[in-house]
Write a protein that binds this ligand. Structure first.
Ligand code: ZN
Length: 478
C-alpha cells in the first residue's frame, strides 16, 4: 500500500515536472523592433477621408443598381487629391472603375509587393447616430460607411505614398497599389480583372497585403496588450440549395409525409450533426505566437498542448466567433415552400451556407452532408462555391515587413498570425503570390468590430493617422 502510494506520488511529481519544464521553456516568439517617432500627419488627411465617404460607391447585390457615375467620380477624386501619385506613378484603370498604380523600385532583383484595398462599400442600413454618407468629423471621429471598410485602406495607402513622393523617396522593391471596385460583391469585375492583367504581365509578387484582421484590444482573453492579427488564410464559402419534391394536394387529405416535413428533418439533422471542430494551421500559428505571452496559469495550458488540446478546442467552441475559427460552419439561411394555408406544397427548398476551414474539400463536405441527412429524396445543388485559401507561410520577407511596420507604429503590440473567417479580394490573387497576408492597421476594440458592415461605422482621427503611418513605414521597409 505504502509502496503504491509512493509510486503514485512519484508519478504526480514527474507529471507536474514535465508540465512545468515545458512551460518554463515556452519562450516568446515576438520580434523586437523599436517604435519610430510619429511622423507629422496633416489634418487635411481626415478631410480627404471624409470627402471620400461622401462619394456613395455602394455595391448592391443586384447589379442594375450599380451607379457608374459615382465610381467615375471616385477616380476623379483620387486624381485630384493625390497629384503626385497620379503623375509620378504608372496608373492604369482596369475594367472602367478599378485602379492599379505601379511604383518602380530601386532594386530590380527583388520581386514586387502588392497592396490591395477596395473602393466600394456595403449599403448603410439600420439606425445610425450620424448620416452614414456625411463624412462628418465630430469629437475626433470621422463618421461614415467606408471609414473602416475600406476607404481607409485606399486613402491611407495613397496618403502615405504622397508624403513619401514629396520626400523624393523610392521604395527598394516595386510596389503596386491595386484598388478593386466590387469587393463587397465577390470582386469578379474588379480584383479578379486586376489579377488577370497582372498575370498577363507575368507579375509574380513577393507578397500581397490586403485588408483583413486588425489591431485588436481586449479581444484575446488573458492578454492586456493590443494584439495585431495577420490573416494567413481565409475560410471558403459554399452555398447549397436543398430541395425535395413530393406529392402535395389538399390539406384535408394529407399523405403521411410532406416535402416540408422531410426538408425540416434534414435541416434538423444538419444542425444536430455539425462537422468536427479542429485546430487548423492558422489557428495553430496563433496559439504558438500568443501562448508564451499569457499569464503563467494560462501559459501552462498553451505550453502543454499535447495534454490540453481538447480543452482549448472546447473553449473556442463556447463562443460563436471562436467556434467559427475551429469548425466548418453550416447554417440554413433561407427556407421557402407553400403559398396557401389549405394546400400542401409539392416543393420545399432551403438555402444552406457553409464556411469551410482551410484544408477541407467542398466535395467531401457535400458527401458528409448527404450522409448526415440520410434521405435520398433531398437533392443538393451547389449555388456558390469559393474554396478556402491556402495557408501563407510566416517565415517570409513579406510577413517580417508587416510585423516590423506594426511594431514601429503600435507600441507594446503583439503580432500573431490567424484565420480570417470572412472573404477578401485577395482570393483572386492566389496565382500571383503564395504569400498573402490580410491585415488592416486599425485599432479596434471588441465592440467596434460590429461597426464593420454594421451601423455607426467610424474611425478616430488619431487612429486614421496611424493607418497612414503604418503604410509609410511599410513602404520604407519594403
Ligand atoms: Zn472590405
Amino acid at each position: 500500500m505504502k509502496k503504491a502510494f509512493g509510486t503514485l506520488l512519484a508519478l504526480i511529481i514527474l507529471f507536474a515536472g514535465i508540465l512545468l519544464i515545458k512551460t518554463l521553456r515556452y519562450e516568446s516568439r515576438q520580434s523586437h523592433y523599436h517604435k519610430t517617432n510619429d511622423i507629422e500627419i496633416s489634418e487635411t488627411t481626415a478631410q480627404n477621408l471624409s470627402e471620400s465617404i461622401r462619394i456613395k460607391t455602394i455595391s448592391y447585390d443586384n447589379s442594375p443598381s450599380f451607379d457608374s457615375s459615382v465610381f467615375n467620380n471616385f477616380l476623379i477624386f483620387l486624381e485630384d487629391k493625390f497629384p503626385l501619385c497620379d503623375s509620378l506613378l504608372d496608373k492604369k484603370i482596369i475594367n472602367n472603375y478599378s485602379v492599379l498604380y505601379k511604383w518602380k523600385g530601386k532594386n530590380k532583383a527583388l520581386k514586387p509587393a502588392i497592396l490591395l484595398a477596395h473602393i466600394d462599400v456595403v449599403p448603410a442600413e439600420g439606425k445610425w447616430q450620424e448620416d452614414p454618407f456625411s463624412g462628418l468629423i465630430k469629437d475626433n471621429y470621422i463618421w461614415g460607411r467606408g471609414s473602416l471598410d475600406d476607404k481607409v485602406g485606399v486613402l491611407g495607402t495613397l496618403e502615405a505614398a504622397e508624403i513619401l513622393l514629396k520626400e523624393n523617396f523610392k521604395p527598394e522593391r516595386t510596389v503596386y497599389f491595386a484598388f478593386g471596385h466590387d469587393e463587397e460583391v465577390m470582386g469578379k469585375n474588379g480584383a479578379k480583372k486586376i489579377a488577370e492583367w497582372l498575370k498577363e504581365q507575368k507579375v509574380e509578387a513577393e507578397f500581397i497585403l490586403d485588408e483583413g484582421l486588425v489591431v485588436t484590444e481586449g479581444l484575446v482573453p488573458g492578454i492586456e496588450n493590443p494584439v495585431a492579427l495577420i490573416g494567413i488564410a481565409e475560410k471558403g464559402y459554399l452555398t447549397l440549395k436543398l430541395s425535395v419534391k413530393m406529392h402535395g394536394g389538399h390539406s384535408s387529405m394529407p399523405e403521411n409525409e410532406t416535402s416540408l416535413g422531410v426538408l425540416s428533418e434534414a435541416i434538423s439533422q444538419i444542425e444536430r450533426n455539425k462537422p468536427d471542430a479542429k485546430i487548423t494551421p492558422p489557428v495553430d500559428a496563433f496559439l504558438s505566437s500568443i501562448g508564451p505571452e499569457m499569464p503563467f496559469a494560462k501559459k501552462i495550458i498553451f505550453a502543454n498542448r499535447w495534454l490540453f488540446e481538447s480543452a482549448i478546442i472546447n473553449t473556442y467552441e463556447n463562443t460563436t466567433a471562436g467556434n467559427a475559427l475551429v469548425r466548418t460552419t453550416v447554417v440554413p439561411t433561407i427556407i421557402s415552400s407553400g403559398v396557401k394555408e389549405n394546400v400542401i406544397p409539392d416543393l420545399a427548398e432551403a438555402i444552406v451556407n457553409l464556411r469551410t476551414l482551410p484544408g477541407e474539400s467542398n466535395s467531401e463536405l457535400i458527401k458528409e452532408l448527404k450522409n448526415t441527412i440520410g434521405d435520398e429524396r433531398i437533392k443538393i445543388e451547389v449555388l456558390t462555391e469559393i474554396n478556402p485559401s491556402s495557408v501563407s507561410p510566416t517565415h517570409t520577407p513579406g510577413f517580417n515587413i508587416i510585423d516590423k511596420s506594426i511594431k514601429q507604429v503600435f507600441p507594446n503590440t503583439y503580432v500573431a498570425p490567424s484565420l480570417m473567417i470572412a472573404g477578401t479580394d485577395s482570393k483572386h490573387y492566389s496565382s500571383i503570390s503564395k504569400n498573402i497576408y490580410r491585415f488592416l492597421p486599425i485599432r479596434l476594440s471588441k465592440n467596434d468590430l460590429t461597426r464593420i458592415h454594421g451601423s455607426n461605422e467610424r474611425i478616430k482621427v488619431e487612429d486614421y493617422k496611424n493607418v497612414i503611418r503604418f503604410y509609410y513605414q511599410l513602404m520604407k521597409n519594403i
